[in-house]
Ligand binder design. Sequence first.
Ligand code: NDP
Length: 286
Amino acid sequence: MTLKRVGFIGLGAMGLPMAKNLLKAGYELHISAHRNREPVKELKQGGATEHTSLGELAAKSEILISILPTDKEMDSVLLSEDILSHLSTKSILIEMTSGSPAMMKKVARAYEEKGIRVLDGPVSGGTAGAEQGTLTVMTGGRSEVLEDVRPVLNAMAKQIYLVGEIGAGKAIKAINQMLAAMHMVASAEAVALAEKLEIDKEMVKKVIGNSSGASWMLMNKIDSLSERNFTPGFKLALMKKDVQIANDEAGEMPLPFAANTLELFKDAEKEMGDLDFSAIGKNILP
Ligand code: NDP
């Protein structure tokens, strides 16, 4: 089956470069403006078609992709009658937001009741991965649905994993985000201590990069932490949302480091929600 018409909802830091890669790969792209018209203008220049409503966009979509900020937008946008009543029963929803497993299951139930197939597919790899088409997609759902949309995912991603049923993609993404947030705090503490002890960051990269304390986060964020460059990237408020999901999923189970990390991000979000999530280091670095 060749599915060529793709509707894309959520043209932000991730969605815009992902949508551009779909255009590059020859997909017919259907979009609609939310508040910011800039990504719409840019994609139209690349050949995308703009629609005045999400219903109109849905009506044109064989595949509908969404990558929205949070559960709240998943609920209000994806469960709107405008979309649900216009999507063909032959279409497939690929839901790529880092949301909660429960919200993913709620959305999937509503679509599957109408006969629309659904794939849960949050991503990792950041804006650089989105630009380069090298994202990791953590899918949840049926393997035959994944196979039908695999060519579309291949245009945006390098690694595609089927983790389990609907909701399992969101679950493993929450675990990844919990670790990423902890590693970010740990990296900021390492940079702070290295500065105090007058160890040059290049030496940290060389020595710790080959030692047991190394992490992807330290190696990739040490420069921006050292430069106090907190331009997003990935907004701190979105990372707080992810750590919240992980803590919510843990429930009564004690995860002391995750609980502490959540408190740090909650506190930082008040003033720095729109900065990069590495701005958590502002409260740690001298
Ligand atoms: P952004 O805030 O940059 O983008 C969100 C996009 O959603 C914007 O285009 C916004 O439009 C749009 N949007 C918001 N509300 C609506 C709505 N009601 N209807 C239609 N569109 C809407 O977020 P990111 O792209 O950074 O993140 C998106 C998701 O991907 C999040 O769940 C995040 O956790 C996850 N993620 C982010 C990564 C990153 O590095 N940034 C990496 C991996 C996952 P407008 O601007 O016009 O309001």
